[in-house]
Design a protein around this ligand. Structure first.
Ligand code: NAD
Length: 433
């Protein structure tokens, strides 16, 4: 796959505000405020490597807006991490938390690193080192990190432990996505995929789909891609293609997703091989590149890898009539306009992948209460929020005859805007007599 261009992600991302503003009932000052991240911290993280040498990594944390609550957002480990990308991701978090109505603003963090090149010990030192550098910037009431691309529950556990040591106080609520024995929430592991799945179920109701007739292609087979594919497969949907960073596999009859997940996680490789114990059997499947996967003849395309995948360059070749964005920012604004013109229905990232931050919110709530919920309770509450907010966005789009993305941003802007207005805008301050 081509290297993800990240140079203009932030300016591209905030363009969406202008269009949404036309439909939101809020003061323009709110949009102006959202154009500027609240605070940016860039740090150097010196790490002693296993061979005794010293390497210095670059880390970033951006807090975008905290009008509605402490900021919240994941930490990404990737060689392409840049300040521009992290700013965009933080902006999307602000929007996402507002779409689903949870009391947070948005943030994001990242380290420029190829984590696959580090040993586990080096990864632990890097993760703890990052927390030492940003400890004064984060906290349960200020900014709460979580996992993102190439970070996982164990990394969150190290980070929580390091923060607790610095504060000399057990502080599980400083970070979410932790391992269950360290204060993680049941149901957090597949929450993002599950939230997307609940959106697809809502779409199904409105479109009258029969799951077995819906062919799904999933780009990215990590935490999010695997869980959405697994839930759809269990529900009878036909998952015909999946891919990871090295490329994908395609089988028009559909894959047995649990077998693919087992092979991927055991062999660390995506292969069309089903294993039962030590007995393995290869199934017929075509090899596709990540670009080809996006252009396959399918009914539902689920980008679940990185941003900027559907662009002005390839948008005309996208054949799926429905796209559910599980990755953050997989579609550029120019491609978006072309999709809308063609009548392609796109469930936008800030709604489709909001299940993760929603269950992160549940985790934070449970940490602060010191009282933990059952997995059924987590699923029930997540379902309630996703179905409610999907309906609100869908109905808003229908009412104004606009695409779902514009509707989702307008819905978010209404929530953020009223919070900003509650502190007073020019209109309030000039009429002070
Ligand atoms: P992950 O690290 O578990 O998986 C990422 C997947 O993408 C892997 O399969 C990897 O092989 C693949 N990938 C990496 N580089 C790629 C490339 N250049 N082309 C194609 N595939 C590539 O990450 P994740 O947590 O599953 O996150 C995936 C997306 O979902 C990201 O955009 C992330 O921001 C978004 N997201 C994640 C969460 C969450 O809770 N984890 C929540 C909301 C949004």
């Amino acid at each position: 796959m081509t290297k993800t261009p990240t140079a203009h992600v932030f300016s591209d991302a905030i363009q969406r505000l202008d269009r949404a503003f036309e439909y939101a009932q809020i003061d323009e000052e709110a949009v102006e405020k959202l154009r500027h991240p609240k605070a940016i911290l860039q740090v150097s993280i010196p790490v002693r490597m296993d061979d005794g040498s010293l390497r210095v990594f670059e880390g970033i944390r951006v807090r975008h807006d905290d009008t509605r609550g402490p900021t919240k957002g994941g930490i990404r480990y990737h060689p392409d991490v840049s300040l521009d990308e992290v700013k965009a991701l933080a902006f999307w978090m602000t929007s996402k938390c507002a779409v689903v109505g949870i009391p947070y603003g948005g943030a994001k963090g990242g380290i420029i690193v190829q984590p696959k090149e580090l040993s586990r010990l080096e990864l632990e030192r890097l993760s703890r080192g990052f927390i030492r550098q940003i400890a004064d910037f984060i906290g349960p009431d200020t900014d709460i990190p979580a996992p993102d691309v190439y970070t996982n529950a164990m990394v969150m556990g190290w980070m929580m432990d390091e923060y607790s040591k610095i504060r000399r106080q057990h502080t599980p609520a400083v970070i979410t996505g932790k391992p269950i024995p360290l204060g993680g929430s049941l149901g957090r592991d597949d929450a993002t995929g599950r939230g997307g799945y609940y959106c697809i179920k809502e779409l199904e109701k409105r479109r009258g789909w029969t799951p077995s007739e819906v062919r799904v292609a999933v780009q990215g087979f990590g935490n999010v891609g695997q869980s959405v594919a697994q839930l759809l497969h269990a529900d009878g949907y036909r998952v015909v293609a999946v891919s990871d960073s090295r490329g994908g596999i395609y089988r028009p009859e559909g894959f047995d997703v649990p077998s693919l997940i087992r092979t991927k996680n055991e062999a660390r490789e995506l292969r069309a091989v089903y294993c039962h114990g030590s007995l393995c059997e290869a199934v017929e499947a075509a090899t596709v590149t990540n670009e080809e996967l996006l252009e396959l003849d399918c009914d539902l395309l689920v980008p679940a890898a990185l941003e900027n995948q559907i662009t002005a360059e390839n948008v005309d070749r996208i054949r799926a009539p429905f796209i559910v964005e599980m990755a953050n920012g997989p579609t550029t604004s120019r491609a978006d306009a072309a999709l809308a013109e063609r009548g392609v229905i796109v469930v936008p990232d800030i709604l489709a992948n909001a299940g993760g931050v929603t269950v992160s919110y549940f985790e934070w709530t449970q940490n602060r209460q010191g009282y933990y919920w059952s997995v059924d309770e987590v699923h029930r509450r997540l379902h309630e929020i996703m179905a409610r907010e999907f309906t609100a966005v869908y109905d808003f789009a229908a009412e104004h005859a606009i695409d779902l993305r514009t509707a989702a941003y307008a819905h978010a802007l209404n929530r953020i805007g009223t919070a900003i207005e509650a502190q007073g805008t020019q209109r309030f301050f000039v009429n002070d007599r």
